[in-house]
Design a protein around this ligand. Structure first.
Ligand code: XBP
Ligand code: MG
Length: 232
């Protein structure tokens, strides 16, 4: 089948948003709420194994036996506050798209290959990132699947199924782009050929089964992707 769409993960794939974006925003939200939690760079790398900000905070609280009365009720509010800090951080200091991402998006648009997003992050964070890193870019994506639109986050395949369903496409017509093991499992379970561009947090992940693992998107073109789609 011909290549009809490129499906992108956001955090770590479109841009390196975790270490200096989400992590800092979480810490600011904790401080503001009077919590003494401080997620340093290595700890945050471990916590990234849990996808979703609310789920990550809940996991942290349980793993540290911090399940104080009222903590669970605090999580939705903490998450809203964290996302407000994230937006502010991006406005102050835009996190750029990773190398080659913009060129690949432009090549796809020029060729009529559709674009979509499949991410566990909240929709407002996708908007914030694109507003600052790719003004007008939100309109480049036919479908944005984000956050709680599906109950089971990555590594479950649900978000990819949700996106393909809305696009009316089969996995054999799409290629997925991810940076992490959880993302790869999600895309592969949805039947998608997957290109991996690892980053500082994910370079040691297990990418067995990926169609291609490359340093960044500068090495990825539609011709490369069409070859991948045709290969078994
Ligand atoms: C990355 C995530 C997200 C972000 C935080 O997902 O796991 O949880 O760290 O975003 P992806 P929220 O790589 O699939 O984009 O706090 O909005 O969940
Ligand atoms: Mg990711």
């Amino acid at each position: 089948m011909p290549l009809r769409a490129l499906l992108f993960d956001v955090d770590g794939t479109l841009a390196d948003t975790e270490r200096d974006g989400h992590r800092i925003a979480f810490n600011r939200a904790f401080k503001e709420a009077g919590l003494d939690w401080d997620w340093d760079i290595p700890l945050y790398g471990e916590l990234l194994r849990v996808t979703g900000g609310k789920e990550r905070m809940a996991h942290y609280a349980v793993s540290r036996r911090l399940s104080a009365v009222g903590l669970e009720e605090m999580i939705p509010g903490l998450h809203l506050s964290k996302n407000r800090h994230y937006e502010r951080l991006l406005a102050e200091n835009a996190v750029p798209l990773r190398p080659g991402v913009r060129r690949l998006l432009e090549e796809a648009r020029a060729a009529g290959v559709r674009l979509a997003i499949a991410t566990t992050t909240s929709p407002e964070n996708v908007t914030a990132l694109l507003n600052h890193a790719l003004p007008d870019g939100e309109h480049w994506f036919d479908v944005i699947g984000a956050g709680d639109v599906v109950a089971a986050k990555k590594p479950a395949p649900d978000i990819y199924f949700w996106v393909m369903d809305r696009m009316g496409l089969e996995p054999e017509e799409c290629v997925a782009f991810e940076d992490s093991e959880n993302g790869l499992r999600s895309a592969m379970t949805a039947g998608l050929k997957t290109v991996i561009t690892p980053n500082g947090y994910t370079h040691a992940h297990d990418f067995t089964g990926a169609a291609l693992v490359v340093e960044d998107m500068t090495q990825v073109s539609l011709a490369v992707l069409e070859r991948l789609l045709r290969s078994r």
